[in-house]
Design a binder for this molecule. Structure first.
Ligand SMILES: O=C(O)CCC(=O)C(=O)O
Ligand SMILES: [Fe+2]
Length: 354
């Protein structure tokens, strides 16, 4: 008899104030009929516990015994000068159409490389100041903000505005925008993007004169803020070429993992391993943009992460326009400064030569 049964019997006996046999028998017979019910409850509880334990064990086992290896391709403490660190991977089928259209200018070998010596520290710092200045005019409400100097697209709250037309929409004065970007900024930007273009061409064995900077090319700022729109979710795994037609993507990091931000490492999601790159001011990463290089960015957990993303194509039609805004000494009318009206040199064609 269970102790609960005993107590119940005592209670019945005491409440009636006697030890009436009939009463006791009634109680005992009720206990006998309740016993299988109790047992089935216990059984159910036990099997529920067993099931939960099994689920916990499976979850623990699959998380602990994950076969995905973590390989660090470039850590923040490393300094990759001299030859870049390179990894070759098998090309996906994503380039079939380009091989027909641009036979001499399609990756013959696919992969990725990292170098810390293509761009100097002072060039990287200069571009960081351009990124900070430009992005300070807008910024997404979530954790991911972009600014393209070519198109003028700037993420602001949950919209995209044009930085070159901001003056029409905000209370900013012309002087604010005139001071925003200088000729020196433009020069550094051109020099850096051009050197990266040549480096990519050499690394992937294609003629550099046939390779063009293309859209999307933008400064990015990532923080730990909660996502407000789909594009804020920079941590989602993706293939760059899925939504675009560029052949190569490169990233020039403008801030340093561990010093300026935490989280935010770049990860190639390979089949058997995760290959990680820790961003660092002036570090260049470049890779073929097809599904052989699926990747993601870890969520930034603190601080601010800046980078310049550049895409490259062999298709001249998609070559990025030269930067339209620059403070020019020879051009002193506000409209000329902002939109290049009456100032033809501002809209010169794609002159990405050093
Ligand atoms: O910022 C990065 O490291 C990568 C960003 C990226 O993958 C992308 O914008 O497509
Ligand atoms: Fe990407």
């Amino acid at each position: 008899m269970s102790s609960d049964g005993l107590n119940r019997r005592e209670r019945v006996v005491n409440r009636n104030g006697d030890t009436n046999k009939e009463n006791v028998c009634r109680v005992v017979s009720r206990e006998v009929s309740e016993r299988p019910q109790n047992q089935s409850i216990i059984k159910r509880v036990m099997s529920g516990m067993a099931l939960s334990m099994t689920i916990l064990a499976v979850v623990y086992y699959t998380t602990q015994c994950n076969d995905t290896k973590e390989l660090v391709m470039a850590s923040v403490t490393q300094s990759i000068t001299g030859s870049p660190i390179a990894q070759q991977v098998m090309c996906s089928q994503d380039y079939t159409a380009d091989r027909v259209r641009f036979p001499s200018c399609v990756p013959q070998r696919c992969g990725r490389f990292v170098s810390d010596s293509v761009i100097t520290e002072s060039e990287a710092k200069h571009l960081l100041s351009v990124a900070k200045r430009g992005l300070s005019l807008g910024g997404s409400s979530g954790g991911h903000s972009l600014l393209s100097l070519h198109s003028g697209d700037l993420w602001m709250a949950t919209n995209i505005v044009n930085i070159y037309k901001l003056i029409e929409r905000t209370q900013r004065t012309e002087a604010d925008l005139k001071e925003l970007f200088t000729e020196k900024d433009l020069k550094v930007y051109r020099r850096v993007t051009n050197r990266i273009r040549k480096t990519i061409a050499i690394q992937f064995g294609i003629p550099w004169a046939e390779l063009y900077l293309t859209n999307p090319t933008y400064f990015s700022r990532m923080t730990a803020k909660r996502a407000q729109m789909r594009f804020d979710k920079y941590w989602l795994r993706h293939v760059d070429r899925k939504n675009r037609f560029d052949l190569f993507t490169s990233l020039l990091y403008l801030s340093t993992y561990g010093a300026d931000f935490t989280g935010g490492r770049f990860i190639f999601a390979d089949q058997m391993s995760n290959t990680t790159i820790e961003p660092k001011l002036g570090r260049l990463v470049a890779y073929t943009a097809g599904s052989e290089n699926r990747h993601r960015v870890e969520r930034v957990t603190s601080g601010t992460r800046y980078a310049l993303l550049m895409a490259f194509t062999c298709n001249h039609e998609f070559a990025a326009k030269d930067l339209p805004i620059v403070r020019q000494q020879t051009c002193d009318q506000p409209f000329c400064l902002l939109y290049g009206v009456g100032c033809p040199t501002l809209f010169s064609t794609n002159k990405f030569s050093e």
